[in-house]
Design a protein around this ligand. Structure first.
Ligand code: MG
Length: 202
């Protein structure tokens, strides 16, 4: 399986990092080895002093496809989840300054904690609230109505470049409120009022 992730998909997050608003989705990948499941702890890596949380809604691909038309894209994902796109912001800032790739900053071991997946049919995906608490305090609150590119557009767009296969996961971008984590933090992620993930930084 593969993980594709979308950067700069929420305007207020673009502003907080002083990035440019993209004309097309910003797409990057994470390797399968980035995944943490079942509320496994995240171990703070020794190569960064500035790991940031980015809470994001995930969609899981349910059938193979490429060059998918946007109007059929909804048939290619049937479950959603929530995940953290952990980012070594110090490494990413260096890479961005030099125009170099983000792989080290975004794809390291444990950089993709993910929840279990639940049927999308239970939700209105165009108006979905999701949030992240750090040590009990809400730090990020998003709503999918503020996405620059919606799920169907993202599936259609990435499928022009990457054949999508059953089990692939798309991270759909983070809203504002990203910030650092520290050893000892507890992170809890929610879709609407349902707690989906609860784990520690060690
Ligand atoms: Mg992200």
């Amino acid at each position: 399986m593969k993980i594709l992730a979308i950067g700069r998909n929420y305007a207020k997050h673009i502003e907080e990092l002083n990035n440019e608003r993209p004309d097309e989705p910003v797409v990057f990948g994470k390797p399968e080895t980035a995944i943490l499941k079942n509320n496994a702890p995240f171990y703070y890596p020794d190569f960064s002093n500035d790991i940031h949380h980015e809470v994001e809604i995930l969609i899981k691909i349910c059938k193979v496809g490429k060059n998918i038309d946007q109007k059929f894209a909804h048939k290619y994902y049937d479950e959603i989840g929530i995940g953290i796109d952990f980012t070594a912001r110090d490494l990413q800032s260096k890479a961005k300054a030099k125009g170099l790739p983000w792989d080290l900053a975004k794809g390291f071991n444990g950089s993709a904690p993910i929840s279990d997946f639940i049927p999308k049919s239970d939700f209105d995906l165009s108006n979905l609230n999701f949030s992240l608490k750090k040590d009990g305090q809400e730090v990020q609150l998003g709503n999918t109505s503020f996405m620059l590119f919606n799920f169907d557009y993202l599936v259609s767009y990435v499928s022009r470049f990457f054949m999508l296969k059953k089990g692939d996961i798309i991270f759909s971008g983070t809203p504002e409120g990203v910030g650092p984590v520290k050893i000892g933090n507890r992170l809890e992620a929610f879709i609407e009022d349902k707690k989906m993930m609860d784990f520690e930084v060690k």
